[in-house]
Write a protein that binds this ligand. Structure first.
Ligand SMILES: NC(=O)c1ccc[n+]([C@@H]2O[C@H](COP(=O)([O-])OP(=O)(O)OC[C@H]3O[C@@H](n4cnc5c(N)ncnc54)[C@H](O)[C@@H]3O)[C@@H](O)[C@H]2O)c1
Length: 253
């Protein structure tokens, strides 16, 4: 442990998943105390066990559905009761429906915005008073889908959701400036996670997607968590309203 997050209390959502789980382990290793959550209770508990087994401090709320604003309020209350403060909020969790426009139902489109955009608003609003106390760091998970398209990915709803997360982040930075709150987003390209593993096993999808990556391979969850760690830490103290693309060069050619 080198203590890059020593003394900080960090809320991370979707800790039962790949990037949220990687962030929980990495943040804890750097001295942060973690408040996790996931709608998948078993996966969330497994993450807590892994973090504690490695000597880290973590509590978690599970199941926790961030589409429900009262669950978000309860998560913030758990954090404050346990650790007394919140210094960083990593809005990582999301869920999306895929479909080309002619197949995508109105319900699936609306459900995607709920699970990608409302979740960020709900928890950020609930945590805002706590973030104001010491001046916190908000890290929102956007995507290269906010910037670009993949011809193999029926990502219409997902692009809309992540575009909203990207632009919301700029606005949160603007409002947060009075309170010492910084807000930045991450835009990962294709990362090998629980959400993409099945697609990556399909050559007709994987070959087209990987062809777009300058580095010629998908990213790993830890390669995104490392950027989140930087944004949560004071090392990024002059960064706000910024987006970090972690896409192996996908959007550069
Ligand atoms: N994998 C990629 O290629 C990629 C690329 C760009 C952005 N992203 C984004 O990264 C984030 C993490 O994705 P991942 O690839 O690690 O996926 P993942 O499925 O491994 O993890 C996501 C976790 O979020 C949880 N979750 C979803 N909706 C929730 C809700 N309403 N309340 C609480 N928990 C909820 C899931 O149960 C899951 O454990 C997402 O925002 C995703 O859109 C992923």
């Amino acid at each position: 442990m080198t203590g890059r997050l020593e003394g900080k209390v960090c809320v991370i959502t979707g800790t039962g998943g790949s990037m949220g789980g990687a962030a929980a382990q990495m943040f804890a290793r750097e001295g942060a105390r973690i408040i996790g959550c996931d709608i998948d209770a078993e996966a969330a508990r497994a993450c807590v066990e892994r973090v504690r087994a490695a000597g880290g401090e973590m509590v978690s709320m599970e199941p926790c559905d961030l589409r429900d604003r009262s669950a978000c309020e309860a998560l913030v209350a758990l954090g404050l009761e346990t650790y007394g403060r919140i210094d960083a909020l990593f809005n990582n969790a999301a869920d999306a429906h895929v479909g080309w426009i002619e197949d995508l139902t109105h319900e699936a489109f609306a459900a995607t915005l709920d699970a990608e955009v409302n979740v960020v608003f709900n928890l950020t609003k609930a945590a805002w008073p706590a973030l104001k106390v010491n001046g916190g760091s908000i890290i929102n998970m956007a995507s290269v889908s906010a910037w670009s398209t993949y011809k193999a990915l029926p990502g219409l709803a997902h692009s809309a959701g992540k575009g909203a997360v990207l632009s919301m982040t700029r606005h949160l930075a603007m409002e947060g400036r009075h309170h010492g709150i910084r807000a930045n987003s991450l835009s990962p390209g294709l990362i090998e996670t629980g959400a993409t593993r099945t697609f990556l096993a399909m050559p007709e999808f994987a070959d087209v997607m990987i062809d777009k990556i300058m580095l010629g391979r998908p990213g790993q969850p830890e390669e995104v968590a490392a950027a989140a760690l930087f944004l949560a830490s004071d090392e990024s103290s002059f960064m706000t309203a910024a987006d970090m693309r972690i896409d192996g060069g996908t959007t550069a050619w």
